[in-house]
Design a protein around this ligand. Structure first.
Ligand code: SF4
Ligand code: SF4
Length: 291
């Protein structure tokens, strides 16, 4: 019998700041390609995969939506939260906690396992048409961490709810993606733990950094016929952003996304339908910036 229960591990993770914690048994990964199977890519004796999540405050999108700053989401919603601090620290602490009980544990930031698939297998939520994990607590606003361990923990049930309903939603992510990166009909179909899961076959080459409203929605942009132009003010803003990130992160970031289609449009739908928490005020409070 294990001296460590799933509940004990979850309590520890929550005490350390995780907002969501789920457990998948390793057999749920059957059928995954070797480089994304935790027992083949990380820990051959793996029995359980713990997935932890931390929320991205909705306010991190405010600067992008209002056109007031382009840095908060990139920093607190992405680089700082995912890579530089919280998630890697949480993975590490949970792994150490398990190892103090005598079982080996491997923290992972998505190497050797697919973040979103692992989260679905651990019962945290559903993959939306926009290819983002959607949870009933935060919709698409969370970052993830993975701990693979040889301790046999009780798995959580797979999430059976339907957060993403493209027909009901009207494919808002498809319509609102400024770079047309999310197709409406082209899809990827996976079998995840015996369930058929479908989401868009996103064109990652089109999902570019200029989603952050350096396109037509930026208040700093001047519209030119038939194309895009970057005004001197926008260039200053971007240069400032890179300088700030370099100061704080020590290297240049690779993404400054606004995620207006895949995140904002999706949050708006989920909140409207009461599928996730409704805030006192709606996410988008006035027409989009357009010049
Ligand atoms: S980040 Fe922007 S460009 Fe990429 S899919 Fe989302 S809305 Fe489209
Ligand atoms: S915007 Fe609509 S279709 Fe797209 S992922 Fe969200 S709920 Fe699904």
């Amino acid at each position: 019998m294990n001296s460590l229960s799933a509940e004990t591990v979850k309590r520890f993770a929550r005490e350390r700041g995780a907002d969501l914690v789920g457990v998948a048994s390793i057999d749920r990964f059957n059928g995954a390609p070797p480089h994304l199977h935790p027992a083949k890519s990380m820990l051959p004796t793996a029995k359980s995969v713990i997935v932890i999540a931390k929320r991205i405050p909705r306010g991190c999108l405010r600067g992008n939506i209002e056109g007031t700053n382009f840095t908060t989401f990139a920093y607190y919603g992405y680089i700082f939260l995912q890579h530089k601090y919280y998630m890697s620290k949480l993975d590490y602490e949970v792994a150490c906690f398990i190892e103090r009980h005598g079982w080996e544990a491997v923290p992972s930031q998505g190497i050797g396992a697919h973040f979103k698939v692992a989260a679905v297998l651990a019962g945290l939520g559903q993959i939306g048409w926009n290819q983002l994990l959607l949870t009933p607590q935060f919709g698409p606003l969370e970052r993830l961490g993975i701990i693979v361990t040889e301790v046999d923990l009780e798995p959580d049930p797979i999430f059976e709810g339907r957060l993403c309903e493209p027909e009901d939603c009207g494919y808002r992510c498809v319509i609102e993606c400024p770079n047309k990166a999310i197709p409406k009909t082209r899809k990827i179909t996976l079998n995840i733990a015996g369930k058929t899961v479908e989401f868009s076959d996103m064109d990652l080459g089109k999902c570019m950094t200029d989603c952050i409203r350096l396109t037509m929605h930026s208040p700093f942009m001047k519209k030119v016929s038939g194309g895009r132009a970057i005004s001197p003010t926008a260039i200053d803003e971007v240069v400032d952003f890179y300088r700030m990130m370099y100061r704080h992160v020590g290297k240049l970031p690779y993404a400054i996304r606004g995620s207006m289609g895949c995140m904002e449009a999706c949050i708006e739908y989920l909140e409207e339908r009461g599928k996730i928490q409704r805030f006192k005020l709606p996410l988008r409070r006035r027409p989009k910036w357009e010049f």
